[in-house]
Design a protein around this ligand. Structure first.
Ligand SMILES: Cc1cc2nc3c(=O)[nH]c(=O)nc-3n(C[C@H](O)[C@H](O)[C@H](O)COP(=O)(O)O)c2cc1C
Length: 212
């Protein structure tokens, strides 16, 4: 089957971090989350180990507890990054920090949260690379179904507390917390990025000329 590039490229270039446009009122059916996960677990893993588990949190009390942990990590992180920007003579306020702050304040209201987990404690590229591609596939599958997501990591400052809350054993790692909700509005636009030619090198570091 030939893929429709206008559709696939549109999906890949417009899957944005959805925060202010997440519909906090409309519940997300569990079956729809499972559909997205069914797509996501086709993603690659090192050695095809598939040592992932997926925890979906949609109980209000547990969402509220995770949101408190998130905010406890977020507020100092925000202050620190604003200070760092101010020290560099940059405007401390950015669109991302404003939008992320908005989400932090409402984190308990998101319809569902997904925590991708790995059945081992580890580190390094082969380790995280065995769950993040699937997490991104989940986000793409969600976007295709009218759902917005955003990959967040701030709750990991309280990873142990989150594990206790959810009954996750000591041997398991959490990779992220992905809020899930329907998005409002029709569509998203590709984001501004540096031209790919400037950041792609051919055979030698900093060799940007593809004809060289
Ligand atoms: C590893 C990683 C960690 C992130 N952590 C957070 C987070 O804790 N909170 C948050 O609001 N966004 C988080 N983000 C989302 C980024 O801020 C977002 O992807 C980036 O600003 C680009 O926005 P866009 O996806 O709309 O282009 C994270 C993204 C990645 C890839």
């Amino acid at each position: 089957m030939e893929l429709d590039l206008s559709q696939t490229d549109h999906l890949l270039t417009t899957t944005r971090a959805v925060r202010k446009r997440m519909d906090l009122e409309r519940p997300v059916p569990r079956e729809l989350i499972l559909d997205c996960l069914r797509v996501a677990i086709q993603a690659p893993t090192g050695g095809n180990t598939q040592r992932w588990r997926w925890i979906v949190v949609d109980e209000p009390d547990k969402k509220a507890a995770l949101a408190d942990m998130y905010r406890a990590g977020w507020k100092p992180y925000l202050e620190q990054s604003k200070q760092a920007r101010a020290d560099q003579g940059l405007d401390p306020e950015t669109a991302v920090s404003d939008s992320a702050d908005y989400l932090a304040d409402r984190m308990h209201e998101v319809p569902a949260m997904l925590i991708p987990c790995l059945l081992d404690r580890g580190d390094g590229p082969g380790y995280w690379g065995s769950v993040i591609p699937a997490a991104w596939s989940f986000m793409l599958a969600a976007r295709s179904r009218g759902l917005g997501t955003v990959l967040t990591t701030i709750h990991l400052f309280s990873e142990r507390d989150a594990a206790d809350l959810l009954g996750i054993p000591d041997t398991v790692s959490q990779a992220a917390l992905i809020p899930i909700g329907y998005y409002t509005g029709d569509d998203f636009k590709p984001a501004k990025r540096r031209p790919v030619e400037e950041i792609t090198y051919w055979n030698t570091w900093k060799q940007t000329d593809p004809t060289a």
